[in-house]
Design a binder for this molecule. Structure first.
Ligand code: NAP
Length: 267
């Protein structure tokens, strides 16, 4: 850890960097000259990835082993964000799903999913905005999911955690308005990763190739959206007007719901 600003791109902290989307983020960010702090639980994988990226791209890459469903793990990463002035980018990517109806989802899985997908992401977002606002720059990327747009059978808790990520990350925009701090919300659709096995999807029929994106395409599109200054990037959404209509419907409903009079259909 250092308190001297680096002349390079700075340091990117990527959570969930031991596989899938996070691993590709780590590689692409190393290629862009970022030093890396790679966060996940599987130390062996993180160390291998850090060593590989450090030597291939001539960047400093280190592993920060942390269980982000536990308060101590979240605190370790938050401290790093708050105390390392070189941290210029935080990618809140770690997350997991369980493909089960609520009644069949074990309580500890529900608790860990909410702790990781919501609590850790919220605490680390706060640390990032505090640190970035203090130094006047920095970028926060939160990985949500298309599954947060509407309820979908079989993922009652996961989809809802991602709906939280949608609303929470959108609401941060007003906190960084007028500053050089940036917040990007990334909303992948279906992406090929170990995440499907973790969720229990290995036992399902494989999804048609036409709807599943590679991790590489997903991250490259997300970074393209970031480069273009997007607040919300949905890598696989071809018709961007759908997202605009969704956002507009939400804002219109929010305004319309504030009325002292009961709606006529209830009187
Ligand atoms: N794949 C999709 O179809 C899809 C679609 C939309 C959104 N997403 C989102 O994309 C993100 C990445 O998912 P992925 O598909 O790349 O899945 P993945 O390959 O399973 O990667 C998940 C990453 O999160 C880490 N992680 C899991 N639990 C953790 C914990 N308690 N503490 C710290 N790290 C933890 C895992 O590492 P360790 O096991 O080593 O800890 C792994 O590095 C998630 O937020 C997911 O919800 C995925």
């Amino acid at each position: 850890m250092t308190n001297q600003p680096s002349p390079r791109a700075g340091t990117a902290i990527v959570t969930g960097a031991s596989s899938g989307i996070g691993k590709v983020y780590a590689e692409r960010l190393a290629a862009r000259g970022y030093d890396l702090v790679l966060v996940a639980r599987r130390e062996d994988r993180l160390r291998k990835i850090a060593a590989d990226l450090g030597s291939r791209f001539d960047v400093h890459a280190e592993a920060l082993v942390a269980d982000l469903s536990q308060a101590a793990g979240v605190a370790a990463v938050a401290n790093r964000i708050l105390n390392d002035v070189n941290v210029s980018l935080v990618v809140n990517n770690a997350g997991f799903s369980a493909l089960k109806p609520l009644t069949e989802t074990p309580d500890d899985v529900i608790a860990r999913m909410i702790a990781l997908n919501i609590t850790a992401l919220t605490t680390l977002s706060k640390a990032a905005l505090v640190a970035f606002k203090a130094k006047g720059s920095g970028t926060l990327v939160n990985v949500g999911s298309g599954a947060g747009f509407a309820s979908y059978p079989g993922i009652p808790v996961y989809g809802s955690t991602k709906a939280y990520v949608y609303l929470f990350t959108q609401s941060l925009q007003s906190e960084v308005e007028g500053s050089s701090v940036r917040v990007q919300l990334v909303l992948p659709g279906a992406v090929v990763s170990e995440g499907w096995d973790v969720a229990g999807g290995a036992s399902l029929e494989p999804l048609p190739e036409s709807i599943v994106m590679t991790t590489e395409d997903c991250v490259d599109a997300a970074l393209s959206g970031l480069d273009q200054g997007e607040r919300v990037t949905a890598p696989s959404l071809h018709d961007a007007s759908l997202l605009a209509a969704y956002e507009l419907a939400g804002t219109s409903l929010l305004q319309a719901v504030f009325d002292s009079r009961p709606a006529p259909r209830y009187t």
